[in-house]
Design a binder for this molecule. Structure first.
Ligand code: BGC
Length: 452
């Protein structure tokens, strides 16, 4: 039989991703400070069923077991985030060496296992002490972030090659400041563009701090955004206009300033009176060159004009004939290829990583002796990795793929009710069981993607 060919280049990273608050547990261990997510989750009514990250996957204590698990699946990369409040309990100044020690041990264990770490500096959990000062609304927040980033560059820059400033700043803005569904839970069209502005400046300042370090030449830094391609629900002018607004708000709000040095004009319509002028100096800082861009893709959106949808006046139209995941997201692999091509066409030849892609489907809380059979997740992964292969064949410069997620974990305001893991977690005792999808992915990784 001829060997099936692979679209995946040599050196392609095959990984899985997690984030600190979603998996670690022990949020206050070894001198860590309180984070905004710890506080949010402990506020009644904020997270489904009152779930919190107090234990989560207990990864903080089971880290060696989890690294061994990744190795047994043959992964050659792992994307994780650092909990800012473990390193700097008050968010600034005083360093907690024990918090740093956890990430040093994690990175060392990964490297010893032949797994390349990709470190995210900020995946939504902000020290509560900084939140008390306004968090991302405070004009000093970009400096706080750059100082925190510098501490990590100096501590782990000798070992970590791939760095990410922010994970999905759009979600922080939309969930945290516009609609209030995520920490810190505000609802304001005045605050949202200001938080976005400071996040963009924080990103730029951290990249500049990175360049200022005498790190080995192969160290690289990028930004991770979530892209949900928008398609107009009809040819009507108001739907086409709604599509433009939705695309500007979700997909271009961060990438345009970072990669093109300008802000989408449509944001003025979205934020109305909340919109404000940005100086040329600020735009230049946001536009500091980065080495790669990370794309998180889950679904697409068919977008229609909707006057009731505040403040965007645009909303997704559910496609009844399509398959949807447990989070209600339409499964559409072709739109993933469109997304990766769109990033290349709009922003040029910057290298891309798929930093998250995956699906929540129902799995039972306890794995039986026969394990967990998750054919829907396998279908999702097969379709979406096929879409990645199509993008590679179309010439997109893609360097790696990270499945979301390594483990079932705390799905933010959904608590533990949505399972995205390749590996099942029994939240009553922490037991890990690789699902059928983990074995499917491991086989694909062993073949370097051949046959897709
Ligand atoms: C986030 C993850 C989250 C996943 C699924 C992304 O928005 O980066 O933290 O769990 O999507 O919702």
């Amino acid at each position: 039989m001829p060997t099936p060919s692979t679209a995946f280049p040599p050196g392609f990273l095959w990984g899985a991703a997690t984030s600190a608050y979603q998996v670690e547990g022990s949020p206050l261990a070894d001198g860590a400070g309180v984070s905004n997510w710890h506080r949010f989750a402990h506020t009644p009514g904020r997270v489904r069923d009152g779930d919190t990250g107090d234990v989560a996957c207990d990864h903080y204590r089971r880290m060696p077991e989890d690294v061994a698990l990744m190795r047994s699946l043959g992964l050659n990369a792992y994307r994780f985030s650092v909990a800012w409040s473990r390193l700097l309990p008050e968010g600034r100044s005083r360093v907690n060496p024990a918090g740093l020690g956890f990430y040093e041990r994690l990175v060392d264990a990964l490297l010893a296992a032949g797994i390349q770490p990709m470190l995210t500096l900020h995946h939504w959990d902000l020290p509560a002490a900084l939140d008390d000062r306004g968090g991302w609304l405070n004009p000093d927040s970009p400096h706080w972030f750059a100082d925190y980033a510098q501490l990590l560059f100096r501590s782990l820059g000798d070992r970590v090659k791939l760095w990410t400033t922010l994970n999905e700043p759009w979600v922080i803005v939309d969930g945290g400041f516009l609609h209030g569904t995520l920490a810190p839970g505000h609802r304001s069209a005045w605050e949202a563009p200001r938080a976005a502005h400071h996040l963009l400046l924080a990103h730029g300042r951290a990249v500049q701090a990175f360049r200022a370090e005498a790190l080995p030449a192969d160290r690289q830094i990028g930004l991770v955004v979530n892209i949900e391609p928008k398609y107009a629900a009809s040819d009507r002018a108001e739907d086409r206009r709604a599509r433009e607004r939705a695309e500007a708000y979700m997909n271009r709000q961060f990438l345009d300033p970072v990669l093109l040095g300008r802000r989408p004009a449509e944001l003025a319509e979205v934020y109305g009176d909340g919109w404000f002028h940005a100086s040329a100096e600020d735009l230049a800082l946001m536009h500091t060159p980065i080495d790669w861009v990370g794309i998180n893709y889950y679904t697409r959106s068919i977008t229609a004009h909707d006057p009731a949808a505040w403040p965007l006046r645009a909303a997704g139209v559910r496609q009844p004939q399509a398959t949807h995941t447990e989070t209600g997201w339409e499964v559409c692999p072709a739109a993933f290829t469109d997304t990766l091509r769109w990033v290349r066409d709009r922003y040029g030849a910057i290298p891309q990583y798929v930093t998250e892609n995956g699906a929540a489907f129902y799995d039972p809380p306890v794995a039986g002796i026969e394990g967990i059979d998750d054919p829907l997740r396998i279908d999702y992964l097969r379709g979406h990795l096929g879409a990645v292969a199509d993008a590679l064949r179309a010439g997109v410069d893609l360097r790696g793929y990270f499945a979301w997620s390594l483990l079932d974990n705390l799905e933010w305001a959904h608590g533990f009710s949505k399972r995205f893991g390749l590996v099942h977690v029994n939240f009553a005792n922490g037991q890990r069981t690789p699902k059928a999808s983990a074995r499917w992915y491991a086989d694909l990784v062993a073949r370097h993607g051949a046959g897709l």
